[in-house]
Ligand binder design. Structure first.
Ligand code: GLA
Length: 372
């Protein structure tokens, strides 16, 4: 508000009080884009409101870095994650071919605009070239071959962006969702070929390639008590063994039905108790509570209110936990496009999970997140 009033001062100086009032109410000088800013300064971006707390990031595709989306990103965010282009299948599509162009675009945009970059992700069971798991004859790769490839991949990618990427999601989603399975691990090709021992190794290789990089384990459903416990168990063992793991990424793919405030707080506290940094790495809040939710109900006032309440609650917890939280990243820029679109009940077209609408205007939830 203050900045806007100063900006408007030259204008109002020359006009009568009544005209000035009219200008203020119609020019946007006094109110936010959504018209709900109230006492909030709408010239400030999300990152500015959270300056004393933690960086605010966003997952992007290279085509988000042009036009009106680029302007929105520059105003509101000070950290970038590549939504897809640094994943193994995209950055390393064939054994002897890396494709750096798209990843480089994100790094260049971040550098030009003074933003941090999180690297995502070095080892995952999904979006990984199938060539990694087979030998030259098309037979399953041996453990030695698979480990060698992982080492080459990690060393090459981390070295290229040494000093440019401050934190890496080294390992993504290796813990099972099942509370009854014999193993804590998801049964992935990496586990089947290499056994558990690849896990400490990949952190060590990443650390050797860039000793300054902050290394993360990243997963979803981290608020589920069973899964939280399994993740904790793995991380504790790695730390006890002196493995360079520095943080845990709570993906934060949440929805208007949960998780509960207490569960979010508990997860942050539990992982922080290991001395790890905590980041919310992939935040979005779908208006659908599951794939069985009412079909295509749309962004109704009732669901909108639940989303506002959820975002308000989540950021209140993040602020309370600012000593442990070193970043909050949204997964996608605005409701114009989310990875959740077409994934809801009966492939519902839109999930409306973010703080900016399809016109890139701040939603009501945005104003609640910055009002504190
Ligand atoms: C997981 C991955 C992300 C992304 C999302 C969906 O959370 O970590 O890279 O693929 O799924 O977009």
């Amino acid at each position: 508000m203050k900045t806007n009033l100063i900006k408007c001062r030259t204008l109002t100086f020359f006009v009568s009080v009544s005209i000035a009032a009219l200008v203020l109410s119609t020019s946007g000088c006094g109110k936010g884009g959504g018209g709900l800013a109230g006492e909030v300064d709408s010239t400030k971006g999300l990152k500015d409101f959270y300056k004393q707390y933690f960086p605010i990031g966003v997952a992007v595709a290279p085509n988000n870095l042009e036009g009106d989306e680029a302007e929105l990103i520059k105003k509101h965010f000070n950290s970038l994650t590549a939504e897809n282009v640094m994943k193994p299948a995209l950055i390393h599509p064939e054994e002897n071919r890396y494709d750096w162009a798209n990843a480089d675009k994100i790094i260049e945009f971040a550098e030009a605009n003074g933003m941090k970059v999180r690297g995502h992700t070095l080892c995952w069971h999904s979006q990984t070239g199938q060539w990694m798991f087979v030998d030259a004859e098309g037979n399953p790769a041996s453990k030695e071959l698979a480990l060698q490839r992982l080492k080459d991949h990690i060393t090459t990618v981390v070295s290229r962006y040494k000093g440019k990427i401050y934190a890496w999601d080294v390992l993504n989603e290796v813990i099972t969702d099942s509370d009854t399975a014999a193993s804590i691990y998801r049964q992935t090709p990496w586990l089947k070929i290499c056994g558990e021992e690849y896990i400490p190794k990949i952190f060590q290789w990443a650390h050797e390639a860039d000793p300054q990089a902050i290394l993360y384990y990243n997963d979803y459903n981290t608020e589920n008590p069973g899964k939280r416990e399994r993740i904790y168990k793995m991380l504790k063992k790695l730390l006890d063994d002196g493995i360079p793991v520095h943080g845990v990424g709570l993906q934060g793919h949440w929805n208007i039905g949960g998780p509960a405030e207490a569960a979010i707080r508990e997860s942050i506290e539990k992982f922080a108790s290991l001395g790890l940094d905590v980041q919310i790495t992939e935040l979005d809040v779908s208006i659908y509570t599951s794939r069985n939710d009412t079909i295509n109900i749309g962004f109704t006032p009732e669901r909108e209110q639940k989303q506002i309440d959820f975002y308000k609650m989540a950021f209140k917890v993040f602020r309370e936990k600012k000593d442990n939280i070193t970043g909050v990243t949204f997964w996608n820029v605005s409701d114009r496009r989310s990875w959740l679109d077409r994934r809801g009940p009966a492939a519902a077209t839109k999930a409306y999970p973010l703080l900016f609408d399809t016109e890139l205007k701040p939603k009501k939830a945005f104003w609640e997140v910055v009002k504190f």
